[in-house]
Design a protein around this ligand. Structure first.
Ligand code: HMG
Ligand code: MG
Length: 302
């Protein structure tokens, strides 16, 4: 299949990127991050989670963050909602899109959201229904679609099964997530092709963590199967608190650099993203992990 000419990037650094930070990142910084990302032209920013603050303390300020950000017209601001309590928060915060997040692995479902896959789907049903009734977009995220930190191999049939259930809940978009970054291109092609049988590829996205350095190759492989939505995080920030050793999402700067080289349009200001990545890494007192971002920053310094 020819590569897409345009790709939608969902920037997940404010949520997936920061949720695993040990020290609480001040709300001021999170607000500035979201505002800078919006200004750089991202069509979709995953801004916060309305989850239990005991489980993920870093995301406890979601309501304040959503109240303080500047909304750029046309930008979709998404938030994670595991249950009806989360949805209440999302509605009050005027989110544009909610994310229900399940897993293709039973073990991960238990660790991450404290219930079985079947229980999670039953819990998501009224959440998705109420969100749609309120006019919000609904996205379903399938963790461990390419491997699980607890159970290892995950059958493709399990991924397809969760995708089918998410589709039945009325999801506008479904994320195939490689939570621990173990996938390689052939498997990505197989999984994406199989899931495409239940959800049109135009509504499927690839959410690749870069733990094993495979994310860019996996994005290319996914594009070859017709996928044109990808999640990434500036400076490669991130990790999941319930997936030990899992590093961040693929760095947005690296993805944009690759897409630019392939003449694939994103509508995003690449130079601004390099600045944001360097700024954010400095705020977290570390060197950013985007190869392209760091290379360009070094070149600028001359
Ligand atoms: P539980 O303990 O089974 O739930 O947790 P509960 O209903 O018994 O509630 C326990 C307490 O949490 C109660 O408070 C509730 O009020 C509170 P208490 O009475 O003890 O004071 N609570 C909430 N508070 C705020 N907002 C809420 C909420 N719900 C309950 N929405 C639950 C179940 C799902 C809530 C919990 O397991 C949880 O919050 N998990 C969060 C998991 C999470 O955020 N993981 C990271 C994001 S997923 C991810 O990173 C993967 C992804 O990137 C894709 C990929 O890479 O794979 C998306
Ligand atoms: Mg993730």
């Amino acid at each position: 299949m020819p590569l897409p000419t345009r790709v939608k990037i969902v920037e997940v650094s404010p949520r997936d990127g920061l949720q695993n930070e040990k020290d609480f990142v001040p709300t001021d910084i999170k607000v500035e991050l979201v505002n800078r990302l919006s200004a750089a032209g991202f069509p979709n920013v995953e801004a916060a989670s309305f989850v239990s603050p005991k489980w993920v303390p870093q995301m406890a300020d979601g309501a304040e963050l959503m109240a303080r950000i500047e909304r750029r017209p046309g930008t979709i601001y998404s938030v994670l909602t595991p249950n009806l309590k989360g949805l209440e928060g999302a509605l009050a915060a005027k989110a544009d899109e909610i994310v229900i997040f399940g897993a293709a692995s039973e073990a991960f479902s238990q660790k991450n959201i404290n219930c079985s896959i079947a229980e999670s789907i039953a819990r998501f049903e009224p959440v998705a229904e109420a969100a749609r009734a309120a006019g919000l977009r609904v996205r379903g995220s399938i963790s461990c679609a390419l491997g699980c930190p607890y159970q290892g191999e995950v059958p493709i049939s399990s991924v397809v099964d969760v995708a089918r259930r998410f589709k039945a809940l009325g999801c506008d978009e479904i994320d195939v997530a490689d939570t621990i970054g173990v996938g390689t291109p052939r498997r990505v092609r197989e999984v994406m092709s199989a899931v495409s049988a239940v959800m049109d590829p135009s509504g499927l996205s690839g959410h690749f963590h870069d733990t094993y350095g495979q994310a860019l190759a996996n994005i290319l492989a996914a594009m070859e199967t017709g996928i044109a939505i990808f999640h990434s995080s500036v400076s490669g920030l991130g990790g999941c608190p319930y997936a030990k050793g899992a590093t961040g999402n693929v760095a947005t700067e690296d993805v944009l650099y690759m897409l630019r080289g392939l003449d694939i349009d994103t509508g995003i200001d690449f130079d601004a993203v390099v600045d944001i990545g360097q700024w954010m890494a400095a705020k977290l007192d570390r060197k950013g992990s985007s190869r392209a971002g760091n290379a360009i920053a070094a070149k600028r310094q001359g």
